[in-house]
Design a protein around this ligand. Structure first.
Ligand code: PLP
Ligand code: ZN
Length: 395
């Protein structure tokens, strides 16, 4: 079964080198740059109303996803998550509406499932025999689930501080868990060594071009849910920036197709933890790239990324969209998750709550207007960090 995808090739974001769709040698062989799928938008043979009539998973957007053989798709109903109106929080922030895109409702309870569904489908289409990745935790859990479903052995490289839920569930899915000391960079180094020695197929952030492509569907859903308009702001808990870039790419593609009702980008606001905020620091200095953050420290492990390789792309998205950056303390993130849980009921993990705390701080700074439509991406469910939330409640 063909997906009727309009994908044509892969291109390097840095040097422009062009690769055919069968390349598995990512990132760019010439310069190490990030690879990105390219499409022939003219050949998309449907209308946006066709998308509206489809349900079930993010693969409803298959014309703009990179998999050609429909039988290769590894899916568990990921995506198609609700955009939840949170009136109590909107009042607290003093905005017209606060909408939470609830990615906690994905199969393994985070937005990572979109990227892993795409990456694992790519792995099957490209004939991979074993997959692997370094991760802060959630992507590793998600990869384990999708690899299990695809029948592929999976090697997950985490650092020992990763949350117990993720470590336990990686093993529950039958993947091999490799723990390293130190931070995510040491897990990354261990994975790269194993990739070389054991020929693992990479489903790692911005090594594979499939993950940000899968996250793009978050943007498609957002615009579709808002009747093909942009919200005023999207606040995003930012680590490697995969989701932020995905949403930006979705916006650009819908413009290309003429499917957005006006050319008004959603302002993309980067929220990071105070203890590791390289992208926010770059935004505050108006720089085009980040400088690595020394001594990263945050309990919001998903955003504890000191040296994000895609910062130039993220910063382009922030500047072009008119967004900004905000850093919040770990305590503010935990407090924000509890406020949400107690007032509008949505369960957020601590990492995702960095975005809500960031939105609260931006509201205090007067960045939002009183009738603004503000979207917070709840990248992961509260169950992922239930212990931390419970402890804070009892303190
Ligand atoms: C719950 C959660 N939110 C946000 C992030 C950061 O994601 P991104 O790479 O898209 O910035 C992660 C990454 O691990 C995560 O697990
Ligand atoms: Zn290149």
């Amino acid at each position: 079964m063909t997906t009727n995808t309009a994908v044509t090739h892969v291109a390097c974001r840095s040097c422009g080198e062009r690769y055919d769709l069968d390349t598995t040698d990512f990132p760019c062989r010439e310069c190490g740059g990030i690879l990105d799928f390219r499409y022939d938008y003219e050949s998309v043979a449907i209308e946006r109303t066709d998308w509206e009539e489809r349900h079930g998973s993010m693969w409803k957007y298959r014309e703009l996803l990179p998999v050609r053989d429909g039988d290769a798709i590894v899916s568990m109903g990921e995506g198609v998550t609700p955009l939840i109106d949170c009136p109590q929080l909107a009042e607290e922030l003093g905005v017209g509406s606060l909408l939470v895109k609830d990615e906690g409702q994905n199969p393994t309870n985070t937005f990572k499932d979109r990227g892993q569904s795409a990456a694992m489908s790519g792995a099957i289409e490209q004939g991979a025999e074993a997959v692997g990745l370094p991760s802060a935790g959630n992507a590793g859990q998600s990869a384990s689930a999708y690899a299990a479903r695809a029948g592929l052995p999976c090697h997950v490289y985490l650092n020992h501080q990763a949350g117990s839920v993720k470590k336990d569930l990686v093993e529950a899915h039958g993947a091999t868990l490799h723990l390293s000391d130190g931070k995510i960079s040491s897990a990354g180094a261990a994975f790269n060594e194993a990739r070389e020695e054991e020929g693992l197929y990479s489903v790692a952030t911005f090594q594979t071009p499939y993950r940000h492509e899968g996250k793009k569907t978050m943007g498609f859903e957002l615009f579709e849910a808002l009747d093909w308009t942009s919200p005023d702001h999207v606040v995003y808990p930012t680590g490697g920036g995969v989701g932020l870039i995905g949403i930006w790419k979705a916006y650009r593609e819908l413009l290309e197709l003429g499917w957005l009702d006006e050319e008004r980008p959603p302002r993309l606001d980067v929220a990071q933890a105070e203890g590791v905020a390289p992208v926010v620091r770059a935004i505050e200095a108006g720089e085009a790239e980040h400088r690595p953050w020394e001594n990263p420290e945050s309990i919001a492990r998903g955003v504890e990324i000191p040296d994000p390789g895609a910062s130039a792309w993220m910063l382009e998205a922030v500047y072009e969209s008119g967004g900004t950056g905000v850093a919040v303390s770990d305590d503010a993130a935990v407090e924000a998750a509890l406020t949400m849980a107690r007032r509008d009921g949505v369960e957020m993990c601590v990492t995702a709550a960095v975005a809500l705390a960031g939105a609260m701080e931006l509201a205090d700074r007067g960045v939002f207007d009183e009738d603004d439509e503000v979207v917070v991406i709840n990248t992961g469910a509260g169950c992922k960090t239930a212990n931390a939330l419970g402890e804070a409640s009892r303190a």
